[in-house]
Ligand binder design. Structure first.
Ligand code: FES
Ligand code: FES
Length: 169
């Protein structure tokens, strides 16, 4: 039953009714209340990027956002980027092809930022990619391979646009 303390949050296309403590972050709500553990907790202080999700299409650090302020907004997590038939998102495919991870702990956050990097037009040069991705840390130092994955997706998108096909979202 809804009451003044119930908050509706849309996550990956599904509406969730939560009764969050005022201090609950989006990261903790996703992992502990909704059961989506693909988004990782690294520093929990806005310094590593492991917790990156999309909020209304923009990348955000979910450890810094309080869920109480997000009524009516939409969160997309790593669990929702593959196709309905389980086809990997082009960025997931490129991370595999380019060995863009080792332990994989930072990878969900890296991929969410990388998708935004390409979609928002910040992948024109290696320098631009490095700048946009600078908030996503990788303790395994897979940086060159992560950048290669982003460049691969950017090139495929450019080729698709040149051929008049729809670019991957
Ligand atoms: Fe959010 Fe590190 S867990 S930035
Ligand atoms: Fe291990 Fe990035 S792949 S932290």
């Amino acid at each position: 039953m809804d009451d003044a303390h119930t908050l509706k949050l849309k996550v990956n296309g599904q509406e969730h009714r939560l009764r969050p403590d005022p201090r609950t972050t989006v990261l903790d709500a996703l992992r502990e209340q909704i059961g989506l553990t693909g988004t990782k907790k690294g520093c929990d202080h806005g310094q590593c990027g492991a917790c990156t999700v999309h909020l209304d299409g923009k990348p955000v650090l979910s450890c810094l956002l309080l869920v109480a302020g997000l009524a009516g907004r939409e969160v997309i997590t790593i669990e929702d980027i593959e196709g309905p038939d389980g086809t990997l998102h082009p960025m997931q495919r490129a991370f595999i092809d380019q060995d863009g991870f080792q332990c994989g702990y930072c990878t969900p956050g890296q991929i969410m930022s990388a998708i935004a990097c390409v979609n928002e037009g910040h992948a024109g040069t290696r320098m631009e990619i490095q700048e946009f991705m600078s908030g996503n840390l990788c303790r395994c130092a897979a940086y060159p391979n992560i950048i290669a994955a982003i460049e691969e997706v950017r090139s495929r998108m450019s080729a698709a646009e040149g051929a008049g096909h729809e670019a991957p979202s």
